[in-house]
Design a binder for this molecule. Structure first.
Ligand SMILES: [Zn+2]
Length: 88
């Protein structure tokens, strides 16, 4: 059996990299960033694909305005949680 990949990880990572500097977090270190990343993924429905072509297609479907808004909301909510309870 081949490997599968969660394209939601790619989309969250892309948006997190893009907006990390603007997020209302109390700390912008890599540890807090990883916490926001993990928390965001827990809030979002995973989207698994089997191969590379499916990955590109699924990634495009996760970049619609609505999908981006959903992901950004999850990131913003997660940033609030990490700010309130930083792990270090
Ligand atoms: Zn930190």
């Amino acid at each position: 059996m081949g490997t599968v990949h969660n394209v939601m990880e790619d989309s969250v990572k892309d948006l997190l990299e893009k907006y990390w500097g603007d997020l209302p977090v109390s700390c912008h270190c890599e540890t807090c960033k990883s916490d926001v990343y993990a928390l965001s993924l827990n809030r979002l429905k995973p989207h698994y694909v089997r191969d590379q072509s499916g990955r590109m297609y699924a990634k495009a479907s996760l970049m619609t305005t609505q999908a981006r808004a959903t992901i950004l909301t999850a990131i913003t909510e997660s940033a609030k949680v990490v700010s309130a309870y930083p792990h270090h």
